[in-house]
Design a protein around this ligand. Sequence first.
Ligand code: HEM
Length: 383
Amino acid sequence: MSFSFLRASARRTALAAAPRRVAQPSATVKSAFRRFSTPPPAPEAKAGGSSNALLYGAGGAVVLGAIGYWVFASDSGKEAATAAASGIQSGKAKLNITPTKDDYQKVYNKIAELVQDAGDYDDGSYGPVLLRLAWHSSGTYDKETKTGGSNYATMRFQPESLHGANAGLNIARDLMEKVKSEFSWISYGDLWTLAGVAAIQEMAGPKIPWRPGRIDGFAASATPDGRLPDATQGADHLRNIFYRMGFNDQEIVALSGAHALGRCHTDRSGFEGPWTFSPITLTNDYFKLLFDEKWVWKKWSGPKQLEDKKTRSLMMLPTDYVLIQDKSFKKFAKAYANDQDVFFKDFSAAVSRLFELGVPESQWATYEPWTMKTIDEQAEEKK
Ligand code: HEM
């Protein structure tokens, strides 16, 4: 049984009540204006990657206008007017196409190809670092102020691109530029979250329902430092951070299960090593290992982390270990250790929601999220 059924049904109800998104003609755009108290982007704002040129180039080519203008106004209301377009909208304007699910599947396939084509990078896959990019671009959301989240892909800009928590994600952002150059119509937020979806699905994880509609924003919407979790802290901190995004204890534990994948790098976070023996395949081993192994504090000059007493080759962060110390977290961790299907179901629901944080309902290109096909499924269909 999934712990997320209550939330899932509540969400279905909310979605059913929400209007379907239809492309708005420019005449109706004015009524859709949304005001922000942030000042307009500073002209000297730097993008983290080559995306800068795409955003500001060609005499404001991003002011594609027809649909979906978003006004960033100062308090005085003197400055205003900058615009951005979602993939759907910019696809229409740039290429005279309306991207379909098949077009997004092509983007997915390109990402999947790059995930696997990692040579001797880490454990032979870019999947984990791409998932971390998608999560860090979404996990900045604050439900009170409705700022942050995946909508504007503000990690392209300094200082957000240089926040300590984002160290190393330039690798993932640069990799995604290869996809962006081929599919220029897709917004960065859609591209990065779709990369998270492809990473999970191609690393044997569950299907992650996903839909397009995020728009490219500006540096003025970048979030302050400190919104992402600090791995050296405990249960209170985890709750503060994830409750702020709108998640509950069960979802905190489910999302943490992503640490079955990838590894820590001393030159990025200061921590070192993988959590599991199969860091490029999603399993519930992270939870199993938390319970089954004896974890001891690693004796080294780096930040406080745990290692498994038996092999000393695996690690846990203090925020991972707290999942079996805190009573409420432990209940869910145990359920996920006992049953991978339960973990996959809850992980899928939580990640899907994570990747949608900060995106207004009216922006979605489709009412029902899509399920993208894995490379293996497509090969099977061709047989
Ligand atoms: C619960 C709070 C969390 C904390 C404190 C945390 C912290 C960290 C740290 C310190 C690293 C190592 C970064 C490096 O040195 O390269 C890391 C890696 C990673 N995290 Fe988290 N994380 C958290 C939640 C999440 C969530 C919710 C996800 C995804 C849903 C996630 C996905 C990943 C992945 C896939 C990696 C491996 C990246 C790689 O191999 O390059 N983490 N995390």
